[in-house]
Design a protein around this ligand. Sequence first.
Ligand SMILES: *Cc1c(COP(=O)(O)O)cnc(C)c1O
Length: 369
Amino acid sequence: MSTDLPFIPPAKPLIGSEEREAVDRVLASGMVAQGPEVAAFEQEFSAALVDGREVVAVNSGTSGQHLGMLALGLGPGDEVIVPSFTFAATANTVAVTGATPVFVDVDPEIFTVDPAAVEAAITERTVGIQPVHLYGHPAPMDALLALAERHGLWVFEDAAQAHGATWQGAPVGTFGQGAMFSLYPTKNMTSGEGGMVACAAAETARTVRLLRNQGMETQYANEIVGYNNRMTDIHAAIGRVQLAKLSGWTAARQRCAAFFDAHLRGVVTPVVREGATHVYHQYTIRLEGASAAERDAAATALREEHQVGCGVYYPTPVHRLRTFRTEVDLPVTERLAAEVLSLPVHPSLTDEDRERIVTAVNTVAGAGA
Ligand SMILES: *Cc1c(COP(=O)(O)O)cnc(C)c1O
């Protein structure tokens, strides 16, 4: 085995000299808390990614989901329909408000909530739907919006992994009453930690701004009970530089995905639905019919025999975590949790890295089959 080869990491935040200079500029100004950099970042993010919808910057994607759904009125006794095949934050942000996340199954090809399953889960307590644009593939927003409209529900998009993805020509973050983007280091762009909330209505955006800052618009004139979930100007300065690089990085992810699509053998490669633009936060293959143990053995072989990093997102569906333990039958989610494996697809991969990844996966998949 070629153990002398350098390890290819599964994800790699790209922080360059421009980001360092931007941080230095803020530090030198002596004004480091939320200020002009945050305001400029909000403007630029809005124009670049959500067709000018108002966006509010916060200190994490999780805060954004939490405040965004609070601003839509979420509270105790309410139910929100969410996928279980996602990161726990999707459900945690519902649960911390006192509401109940109701888990539904996903589409086995694109890994996002199945509209028929969503419709079947609606009760008189349901107030909203939180679809996740998982791995950077948009959820089928036309179908979800139609049924939300029919049942009088709001839609809050979890776009943590999907900066720049589109569905039928419109960018994610412009469909629901609200949407959240994460700026965590492994996401398609970062501010260190951070999140953005995109809001359809000015009133929602105003409430998110109040909740972000102790319920104050005017200093010491607190209007509602709120939090401190502000973004700092240091983080915003990083985010602004990253935003300018995002479209080039997305194109690199898409080129890498096209190369994998053309050369991988013996595994199920990601499906891109007609009308969707995939931004490949993850390039996630399926080892069809594999048990979790077989998939984990393949991941170990990639890492240890081929020095190819890979990840499993997510090995335990959220409804089975000890925090939720919901009795619900989600067969597609269970199967995907055993079969999925995400390969490195980040923009810093070289041609040689891509060749090595293909050879490694084809070798491991061929050996395992
Ligand atoms: C990363 C992520 C979040 C949370 O974002 P943070 O910025 O880490 O708080 C929520 N949902 C999904 C699907 C994510 O991937």
